[in-house]
Design a protein around this ligand. Structure first.
Ligand code: SF4
Length: 381
């Protein structure tokens, strides 16, 4: 990294700046009258924020009357079991090379994960981008290469651009199993859930880089909650928290952009054009633990049907309920903390995940397990 790059990162990890912000947070919390027994709940929507909050121990540094609620922002964590089963069914076809990101390979389906399917002979390969999958298709013209596309608007543009590239280059043995999801209906579903007690949101910085800040306006206008689009360094997160609290103190609800160094209020035009060209909203999409949410996922538009794995292959498409002992849904909605799940750290660990929240490093349970396990297991025992 260049020296100027180092300086740029260092600025957002400066301990002195953190101390000042923490003091300001303390004072603001005091003015707002929150207490540890009646804390202010701030939801970080994005799994990247969850990871940063644990990595930099921000959870323990902020005033005890300020509580982070970990939202459904880890795309791997919200994959329903039935979709994993669909992946396994496609991957087991002899003509198929099934490709996806590393995390997705470990998510448990009802019978097995993709990794276990690979151990049993399916040709499942890890890739770093959809373009790697397209290159595999080009190199293996007698096989069908399927890319398992998942994630919010953050990863959607690269998948859309890959499909457009496949079309331009006339590659016929490439297809996408599309499980991309959209953030706005998801936040709306959380805001509509009974007993919702969240006071404000840290908005997802990476998604906002693509879609801008305008799509979040309804949170302020309709639900009267503040949202601050936040960066991912510790100072970004503390600063964004303070911006949320300042709004609460002023009795305001606005959408603000703390991550303005990378987020344009109008989003990224090229990325949005690619998304709109290739994808359209599904009427509904099933989420792990959250149920079906209207218009919360996308599928491929008709002109790209030949690249659509759902059309190319017969897919079981069966809904499978999570095992009874899994409380992923309650964790995703912020109703319980990961360590309050009955199987946390015992039957469910990163090595033997029962639920998807334990799989990805951005999952709330994996983060708790990695950074705060001992204290919580001891408390729960
Ligand atoms: S501990 Fe495991 S089963 Fe429980 S909520 Fe977390 S991931 Fe789900």
């Amino acid at each position: 990294m260049s020296q100027s790059g180092m300086k740029y990162v260092d600025e957002f990890r400066d301990p002195q700046a953190a101390r000042v912000l923490l003091r300001e947070l303390d004072l603001s919390i005091e003015r707002l009258g929150a207490t540890p027994s009646k804390p202010l709940q701030i939801m970080e929507v994005c799994g990247g924020h969850t990871h940063a909050i644990f990595r930099y121990a921000l959870k323990d540094l902020v005033p005890p009357a300020l509580e982070f609620v970990h939202g459904p922002g880890c795309p791997v964590c919200v994959l329903p079991m039935g979709r994993v089963d669909d992946c396994v069914a496609i991957a087991r076809r002899p003509e198929v090379i099934f490709t996806t990101f590393g995390d997705a390979m470990r998510v448990p389906g009802s019978q097995m994960s993709l990794l276990q399917a690979r151990a049993e002979g399916a040709d499942v390969r890890m890739v770093y981008s959809p373009l790697d999958a397209l290159a595999l298709a080009e190199a293996n013209p007698t096989r069908e290469v399927v890319f398992f596309g998942l994630g919010f608007e953050t990863t959607m543009p690269s998948t859309a651009l890959t499909v457009l590239d496949a079309e331009r280059r006339g590659i016929k043995n490439f297809s996408l199993f599309c499980n991309h999801i959209t953030i706005v209906p998801t936040i709306k579903a959380i805001l509509d859930s009974p007993g919702m007690g969240i006071h404000g949101f840290l908005g997802p910085g990476h998604v906002a880089m693509v879609i801008g800040t305008a799509p979040f306006e309804f949170i302020a206008t309709e639900y009267k909650r503040p949202l601050v689009v936040a960066g991912f360094e510790p100072i970004d997160i503390l600063h964004s928290l303070l911006m949320v609290l300042r709004q609460l103190e002023a009795g305001e609800a606005k959408i603000e952009n703390q991550y303005a160094r990378l987020v344009d209020p109008n989003g990224n035009r090229v990325a949005l054009e690619a998304i709109t060209r290739v994808f359209e909203l599904r009427e509904f999409f099933e989420w792990r633990g959250l149920g079906s949410i209207d218009h919360s996922g996308v599928r491929m538009r008709a002109p790209y049907a030949r690249f659509d794995a759902e059309k190319k292959f017969a897919i079981p498409n069966v809904r499978i309920a999570d095992p009874k002992s899994c409380q992923c849904g309650e964790v995703l909605k912020g109703a319980i903390k990961p360590f309050q799940c009955k199987v946390f750290g015992r039957a469910c660990t990163p090595q033997t995940p029962l639920g998807a929240l334990m799989v990805s490093s951005e999952g709330a349970c994996a983060a708790y397990y990695q950074y705060a396990r001992r204290a919580h297991i001891e408390t729960a025992a």
